[in-house]
Design a binder for this molecule. Structure first.
Ligand SMILES: C[S@@+](CC[C@H](N)C(=O)[O-])C[C@H]1O[C@@H](n2cnc3c(N)ncnc32)[C@H](O)[C@@H]1O
Length: 490
């Protein structure tokens, strides 16, 4: 593995992930597991390797890792989607962070043990197995194909120490002709596709549309015609702390393509659904609007960044109180984690080290010769005017005075969709308007050296009911000015 790639993976591996500092040791595993040894060979530099294009090798690696590091017995039939343990662990730890954060109230569905719902648990049942063994969580794992249900059950029963914690639940088709039969095919008939390959999808819309009030503004997300996802599967009165989902990402198996570098299996039933991931996740959002506080957190993986942005807008539209994202790097590709809730956001919306600040500043570098401090001030004024705030440029003292209403503060908070790997920073919050009030601030600009300005923000009032709003707003202004004046400099 190149050092650049190693650095990138380390940077995005969750710090509590068992493998963040200790990647799997193939030599050690080969010495302990005779069934794994035949798949290990040594390259010129003496490092032990496996052939990632060999499904049997990747499946055996997953089996021995689950056994060696997690005490789990596990198997899947040929051609089914084979999970990579380090990657799947990242999602589990991210959920652990969500559950332990105080962004929303901490009351759990079951007082002592967190309870999760794994949408589409697959034959591998990986999330319930990892969540139960690592953290003692309870799970319902749902699926609709016979093979997934049969093997998920087998995998649970092979682990009696945690089997009480996991229920495998059959999703019954509303309209069996619409998808299961179409998709119910022999593994491999359509070719296999990989777990970690996300090529650009085509936006073909198939099947009935959701009700008009729930349709995606951009037109994506129409056309999920598959089996029920949450509504109709979650029982009356059931409460969960979270749901999670590694959705079928593609609209067609051709779109999934073949990644020649890895072979993690994956049948058409596992990888494809009408409308692709945007339709699938849109349906989860629609279901969450009905089920609301039956779940503390709704979460899903998202394969394409373009879909992520549209899904976030959709979530604000339907009234989510919190939206949070993270980035998962998996080999060559990125996926994103998307989480939302309908519980009232707690007041703390940014980490405490920035929450209390009432003055902030940043350097604006890389200004072109023709761009002056006055241009920057005008940009500050129009940034706030554009969201309807009162914003007045004082050219004598080189400052802009701004007054934002509670509603305008919220507009800025909701558009804060910075997608980073920082696990602790909440990226957006829909604060109830009664928790916010008008905000007065002043932005000044000071010339430093040619091409560089110092931009200072000062909060002009002492009492702010929601700590951190000023910091978030000032950071948003910073992003906006940097995108206009510091192109190419981060
Ligand atoms: C990409 S696979 C994920 C399997 C496993 N969770 C993992 O991460 O490897 C997607 C799974 O979702 C299942 N699925 C598709 N639609 C579903 C639905 N409406 N309800 C439950 N499962 C569904 C598929 O059968 C498949 O097993």
């Amino acid at each position: 593995m190149g050092s650049k790639k190693r650095k990138r993976e380390r940077a995005t591996t969750h710090p509590r992930n068992k493998y963040s500092d200790n990647p799997p040791d193939f030599s050690l595993l080969a010495s302990k597991y005779s069934t794994f040894a035949p798949y290990v060979f040594y390259s010129g530099d003496g490092r032990p390797r496996i052939d990632w294009t060999d499904f049997n090798a990747t499946r055996e690696l997953t089996r021995v890792l689950l056994h060696h590091d997690h005490g789990l017995n596990w198997w899947i039939p040929d051609g089914q989607l084979c999970p990579t343990v380090p990657n799947r662990s990242n999602y589990i730890h991210w959920i652990e962070d969500l559950l332990s954060s105080d962004i929303i109230p901490k009351v759990q569905a079951d007082r002592n043990t967190a309870k999760g719902f794994d949408i589409g648990t697959g034959t591998n049942c990986i999330y319930p197995l990892l969540g139960a063994s690592l953290l003692g969580w309870k799970f319902v794992g749902s699926d609709f194909t016979d093979v997934a249900l049969e093997w998920a059950e087998k995998n649970v029963k092979s682990n009696p120490h945690i089997s009480e914690l996991i229920e495998v639940r059959r999703v019954k088709m509303e309209n069996p002709a619409s998808s299961s039969e179409e998709l119910n095919d022999e593994p491999g008939k359509y070719g296999q596709c990989t777990d970690a390959d996300f090529n650009n999808g085509k936006a073909v819309v198939i099947g009935p549309s959701p009700p008009a009030h729930l349709q995606m503004p951009s037109g994506i997300g129409k056309g999920y015609g598959g089996p029920p996802i949450l509504v109709g599967v979650v029982k009356d009165g059931e409460k969960f702390d979270f749901c999670m989902c590694n959705p079928p990402f593609f609209e067609t198996i051709e779109e999934a393509g073949l990644n020649p570098k890895t072979s993690c299996g994956g049948t058409v039933q596992e990888m494809v659904c009408p409308g692709g991931e945007s339709a699938f996740i849109t349906r989860i959002i629609e279901d969450s609007v009905q089920l609301r506080q039956s779940f503390r957190w709704y979460t899903s993986m998202v394969g394409r960044k373009a879909n992520l942005k549209v899904l976030i807008s959709k979530l604000w539209e339907v009234g989510a109180t919190i939206v949070k994202t993270t980035e998962f790097v998996q080999g060559q590709t990125c996926r994103w984690g998307l989480a939302w809730s309908f519980l009232p956001a707690s007041k703390k919306i940014v980490p405490s080290h920035v929450a209390e600040k009432n003055n902030m500043s940043f350097m604006l570098e890389g200004l072109q010769r023709h761009q002056s401090a006055f241009d920057v001030l005008q940009s500050v004024e129009s940034y706030f005017c554009n969201i309807g705030a009162s914003s007045k440029l004082d050219s004598a003292s080189f400052k802009v005075d701004v007054t934002l209403s509670a509603e305008q503060c919220n507009t800025i908070l909701k558009t804060q969709t910075q997608i980073g790997t920082d696990q602790d920073i909440l990226i957006s919050a829909n604060c109830p308007s009664d928790q916010l009030n008008d905000m007065h601030l002043c932005v000044s600009v000071f010339q430093q050296i040619p091409g560089t300005l110092l931009v200072k923000g000062l909060l002009l009032q002492k009492e702010i009911p929601v700590p951190g709003v000023f910091s978030v707003i000032f950071q948003q202004l910073q992003e906006d000015l940097k995108s206009k004046f510091s192109k190419g400099i981060r």
